[in-house]
Design a protein around this ligand. Structure first.
Ligand SMILES: [Zn+2]
Length: 478
């Protein structure tokens, strides 16, 4: 007895949960119950087409089609003629169909059924509540996210997916009920999804998506009244990578670092100071880059001021620089015959040569307020600190090589080549970077060149030309 009571309660509960069935008014014509076909279609969200020239109404539900003709006792259902015993009435506005015989037809072809209510004034429409409501897409970094909006959370094991030939991804939702037409009409496709095909199966709903790309991987998750399918495709991944690479290397910001400044004059000789030469060359170089290449230039300094080495690197990194060029002048107190230009790079893991120059250039940290900011540039430390540069060492090397050849085209001073050493100012730079030593202030010939405006201009021009070939080399390869 208890068992029955429980069942009854459960039943009542279930009924009260469902919203009230939509109803259609019944019209008695010649004592026969009729209802409006247009009302029926609208209430069931079924598409209708009125063919004015032929005065025919077509009710189209997926692949199912019913054609009504005025005053005819036959209706065409999926190209088969059905006799409905009394004719369809067209009042110039609406199509009226006999309730009894028409109900039988819609039942056989699985359209929403009609039942007469107790008052016999209305026909109740038994629309199965749809639990799959809609579908949307979101572009993600490496693919697409499909979001299927559902009435409630489906258990994850009720959702499965298969990939079939021709690029179809089929999502099967057990106990899913789908409004195919609304879904097709309300879904906005985005690339690489070309088509969506919702199918109501007997015990499940299937949503198929046609992809332009090969589907490499997908995962399904269920939460928040939605089914989410993340799809990754190889071309998406590589397209994304290329874009990232392009953004990363696209030469839109160049950082020019005029060595020394303020209380740090750099190397000196006979009243000529490194800090003045580097600032002058840097400004001429930056001007040309901005004017002729239209590339944004960030200077670590534009005045005679002291900027700690760590801050120079920070300025470069914070500005999103794609290239860092540090301009310096060499000195060799021991050997006045030493002359020429050289360009330094950081080559991760290799720091054997040219440490003397690096030591001299790094010495400036003693003038800084808190030299503790720097790790001791032991060989081991350098290897670790420069690992991050491995991804752009090639670019740095290329630019350094170009600078050296451009300088040697314009100057007779010896080309001392591309070298590597652990410069503090380069270590932390997260972009291709070089340090140019324009010449030796301690050498008579170099000293004379470095003190003259037109030679400084030629030096700036050499670096400028090197940047031009760097730009074309790296932007072409992207
Ligand atoms: Zn210097």
């Amino acid at each position: 007895m208890k068992f029955f009571l429980y069942l009854i309660l459960l039943n009542t509960f279930a009924l009260s949960q469902g919203s009230e069935s939509p109803k259609l008014e019944i019209n008695r014509i010649n004592n026969i119950q009729y209802f409006s076909a247009i009302d029926y279609a609208e209430t069931s969200k079924i598409k209708t087409v009125f063919v004015k020239t032929k005065e025919k109404l077509i009710i189209q539900y997926g692949s199912k089609k019913i054609v009504l003709s005025p005053s005819s006792s036959f209706v065409l259902v999926n190209d088969i003629l059905y006799n409905i015993s009394v004719p369809v009435i067209y009042d110039g506005n609406d199509f009226w169909v006999p309730l009894n015989s028409f109900s039988r037809i819609i039942k056989t072809i699985d359209l929403p059924e009609l039942k007469i209510d107790s008052s016999e004034k209305y026909a109740l429409l038994s629309i199965i509540p749809k639990n799959i409501l809609g579908c949307s897409f979101e572009r993600k970094e490496n693919g697409v996210l499909i979001k299927i909006k559902t009435q409630e959370d489906f258990e994850e094991n009720k959702v499965s997916a298969t990939v079939t030939r021709g690029g179809w991804l089929n999502i099967n939702i057990a106990e899913g009920s789908i409004d195919s037409i609304a879904l097709i009409n309300n879904t906005k496709l985005i690339k690489p999804i070309l088509k969506i095909r919702p199918i109501q199966l007997e015990k499940s709903a299937q949503l198929s998506f046609l992809f332009n790309d090969k589907i490499d991987d997908y995962d399904i998750s269920v939460d928040n009244a939605s089914i989410r399918i993340g799809i990754r495709s190889k071309s998406e991944i590589s397209a994304q990578k290329i874009k990232k690479m392009k953004d990363r290397w696209n030469l839109d910001v160049i950082v020019i670092d005029a060595g020394h400044g303020g209380k740090d004059p750099g190397c000196l000789d006979n009243g000529l100071m490194e800090k003045d030469i580097t600032l002058d060359v840097s400004k001429m170089l930056g001007n040309r880059i901005e004017r002729e290449m239209g590339i944004k230039v960030i200077y670590t300094r534009t005045e005679d001021e002291f900027i700690p080495l760590w801050k120079r690197t920070k300025i470069a990194n914070d500005s999103g620089g794609k290239l860092f060029i540090s301009v310096h002048v060499n000195a060799s107190p021991k050997s006045s015959s030493a002359r020429g230009f050289e360009t330094f790079i950081i080559r991760p893991g290799k720091f054997d040569d040219a440490t003397e120059v690096a030591q001299r250039e790094n010495k400036v940290i003693e003038l800084e307020d808190s030299p503790k900011k720097y790790p001791k540039l032991s060989k081991e430390n350098l290897i670790i600190a420069t690992m991050a540069q491995a991804s752009f060492t090639k670019q740095s090397e290329f630019l350094a090589g170009e600078i050296q050849s451009e300088l040697s085209e314009r100057f007779t001073a010896p080309n001392r080549g591309v070298k590597q050493a652990g410069f503090h100012v380069l270590v932390g730079a997260s972009m291709p970077n070089v340090l140019v030593e324009l010449g030796f202030i301690t050498n008579k010939k170099d000293h004379r060149l470095l003190s003259q405006k037109k030679y400084r201009k030629k030096m700036a021009d050499s670096i400028y030309e090197a940047i031009l070939s760097y730009k074309s080399e790296y932007e072409q390869s992207l």
